[in-house]
Design a protein around this ligand. Sequence first.
Ligand code: SAT
Ligand code: MN
Length: 580
Amino acid sequence: MSTSNVSLKNWVDEVARLTQPASIYWCTGSDAENSNLIEAMLESGDLIKLNQTTHPNCYLHRSDPSDVARVEHLTFVCTRSKEDAGPNNNWMEPGEAHRKVDALFAGAMRGRTLYVIPYCMGPIDSPYSRCGVEITDSPYVVANMRIMTRMGTEALRRIEREGSFVKGLHSIGDLSPERRYIMHFPEELTIKSIGSGYGGNALLGKKCHALRIASWQARDEGWLAEHMLIMGLQNPEGRTHYIAAAFPSACGKTNLAMLVPPASMPGWKIWTVGDDICWMQVDDEGRLRAINPEAGYFGVVPGTNSKTNHNAYDMIRRDTIFTNVAVTADGQPWWEGLEEGTPTTNWKGQPYTPGDGPAAHPNSRFTVSAKRNPIYSTLADAPEGVPISAILFGGRRREVAPLVYEAHDWAHGVLVGAGMASETTAAAVGQTGVVRRDSMAMKPFCGYNFGDYWQHWLSFEHKAKQLPRIFHVNWFRRDAQGRFMWPGFGENLRVLRWITERCEGKVGAQETAIGHLPRRQDFDLYGLDVDTATLDALLSVDAAAWRTEMQEIGTYLDQFGARVPDALRAQQRKVLAALG
Ligand code: SAT
Ligand code: MN
């Protein structure tokens, strides 16, 4: 196979000259192609067969032990002007960046197959979707991209019709962290990634394209590319509200998007549209409409069980690629938090004895088609997407942030998102549990200067007629003993219920300096096992702590200098003044 798109054909030729593969293969996305790839990977050891009786069509991939997460310190945004990348990104001059990685790509695919993966981010027939082509020498990447995107012939046909596409070049190189770079050239709609086979570094349609490059395109074209889940909440009367929610990696987006309502809230139904990325445009009626650009889930495995996320637990019992989980004696996948089975082999493939520490890597992942999700929304494939009623921002905060509050208005909501903070997790290499600012959960993913990004967010006040309401949530508050104060998981529906009822103007709140907080009587408490004192603590504002928080947000904004919109600084001053 080849293509009628000359620029694609020339690019593949040029990459082949540089990387010197043994052969070139154009992916069609067919079932037969996938079976052949899986067979080849079982033979090479890239994949290990799991117990096919308990887990039909499930496989395990063990990554290099030094290649288990995103590498933010090796991820660069290479714009002509350093200011355009902003202090939120590592920057390298584009010429230098190309020279540096091209030297590593030279001959990198010798003896390997070069796979050409045409893919479409979003429903194949949606005007909101965007296409790309990833070139890779990793069959594991091909198999994952097939699950995570609309990959193959149909995407190629769309690229040939439209002409333009994002170019992503990937090689696992020699997997050495010293020769690992994830480079983005938003002005050239180009990505070059070498030295890692891990998800966010290697599945280029995901964070590299759908967030870093797409956020840049979205700014130029007047839309939003966000690190958000999208879910539908259907109330007992049958009305459905869609909400988009931004949380940093490994803070429960997949669990929230697949929430199982508690038994004490009969009649509520949840529909998943997406669990990680959300593209939003203003529609003809002036509302924000969202699509999920992905077609599958690349979710955190540990903690998944029949109580925390019954839907995911069911979903990953077949047709799933597991990465870096442990294995039981009879070949079943195993991870911390699973209630059954005993691991005998750890994620590195070594014999495991209980007490050895985690058997599965804390950032071990499942890759599975969204179609396997029992509550997959029928509108997830709709070209027109879904209208968004509310936007949620949330972090992992043991203190300060209450369970939920609603921003005063859009501009204040933008400050709430901009000032977001969260404890770091195992999704990226580095220390975990450290509170850092993570604006809109986009710190690792925004392809341009945060100052410009906040301005872009503010501009929607004039672009849209019916903007979603903005909320902040925190499921992760702890008491003095370090215990979680809120049960989370299915019980989060109580918070989401209040949010949708705010959107319908049906429920009250108390006005505070930081926004509107529900009072106890505004909340559905029936069957909830949280005592009144804890609930009051979860729903209160500690003015002294918040003054410190707002001052820290002010200092944080200062880093972005003249690019910070005046309107955002004004919001920060206003909240600080209201705190007294
Ligand atoms: O590896 S990914 O970047 O796709 C997962 C995440 O960190 O959100
Ligand atoms: Mn993510």
